[in-house]
Design a protein around this ligand. Sequence first.
Ligand code: NIG
Ligand code: FE
Length: 351
Amino acid sequence: LLIEDGLIAGMGPEEESPDGIDRVLDAKGGWILPAFVDCHTHLVFAEWRNAEFVDRIRGLSYQEIAQRGGGILNSAEKLRRLTEDELFESSLQRLLQSAATGTAAFEIKSGYGLDTESELKILRVVRRLKQVSGLPIRATFLGAHAYPAEFRTDHAAYLRILTDEMIPEIAAQGLADYCDAFCENGFFSTEEVDQLFTAATAHGLRPRLHTNQFTHSGGIDLAIAHGALSVDHLEVCDDREIEALLKAPGTAPVLLPYAAMFMGLHHPPARKMIDAGLGIVLASDFNPGTSPNPSLSWTWTLACTQMKLLPEEALNALTINPAFNLDFQDRVGSLAPGKEAHLLLIKPISD
Ligand code: NIG
Ligand code: FE
């Protein structure tokens, strides 16, 4: 495998390698794989939510924790207090640590700000992460992650801020590629997400949707109707919903096994999806409360042991599939001439 100026320049038998190579690295029988692509992360956050871990062990549900002001609202309260520079510094460390686990390209969501100023702050941090790291990074606006405490009883007013204030400003400043929401009981209804996606699409932000984590929220059909690029979670997904996804090849199922494991949920029916003919994507859902691990090696292991994916199927779902989903297929996702040389060199594997 020949690398020139950080790009893969060619591949072939050693005898055919050109003369004058500067540096030779012997893989010693190990395997070279393309680095991972993580198409679902919340890695810009203020603090870990450790208390929630114990709350869950004691039997509180995600919704109960949220109703007490924990969960996403707790993250928002902490993030609002940080300056942009503080948030950037800690997020950069987290991005570099994530990259050190073998991930070369990322999607990063906002959604822990929940007011215009703080959501913009997060998205500017994502822009700086992209500039400073040089890595392929996409930004997603997730202002519809939870209703902030100040709008608990006036959803319409927060929706207006999302559609009439945040989306136009974010689009004008070119701060996001996509618009996401959390479609679930106690969070955003299908009618509310419908309004949000209509505004997002009008401003050039392609939809993606957190849905079917706990219930059949109707989010899958809605996301498909809006031409969303992905539906994420799907711990709860029936045959009819799989059928609907089969007819919508542009809307990828993104499965998050580390989050499902960490929350003690049933895993999505990944085997059934693949056997039905769906192309799936796997991602980390890296976040401070429900998936505190950026390592896609762990996601790979869980996909195989818990969802019964073959190692090769899971590897595709962690590399080439998310590369296409994020429109980064020309830069990452496989070993091919012209792509960036982000590589994993792993130990030899015996049978
Ligand atoms: O993808 N499900 C909703 N959103 C995130 C979790 C966010 C949080 O709890 O901080 C998720 O799991
Ligand atoms: Fe998420």
